[in-house]
Design a protein around this ligand. Structure first.
Ligand SMILES: [Zn+2]
Length: 95
């Protein structure tokens, strides 16, 4: 008889575990806004990796390492050392 009680408890724990897992995965699926925030960050990280191969967004020269700045419209530009001075004058935010 004790064995049956143990089995029932085990079953109940299993069901609770399954339900909580299901709920947590549902929460993840609903967090689309969170996912959308992650994607541009990821792209930005990838862009940073290739800074030495990317031409400057302003003068289009491959001028070594680029610094990334956020523009007023929310877009990101990679600027070489020469163009960084111009960006600072325009009050652009470095990323
Ligand atoms: Zn430049």
């Amino acid at each position: 008889m004790r064995y049956v009680v143990f089995l029932v408890i085990l079953l109940a724990v299993g069901v609770i575990y399954a339900v909580t897992r299901l709920m947590s995965t549902r929460k993840l699926n609903n967090g689309n806004s969170l996912k959308n925030n992650v994607i541009p960050l990821d792209a930005h990280r990838r862009a940073r990796k290739n800074t030495n191969e990317q031409p400057c967004s302003s003068c289009k020269k491959k001028n070594g390492k680029l610094m990334f700045y956020a523009q007023d419209d929310g877009s990101v530009v990679g600027l070489c050392r020469d163009c960084q001075a111009k960006a600072k004058k325009r009050d652009m935010l470095p990323l």
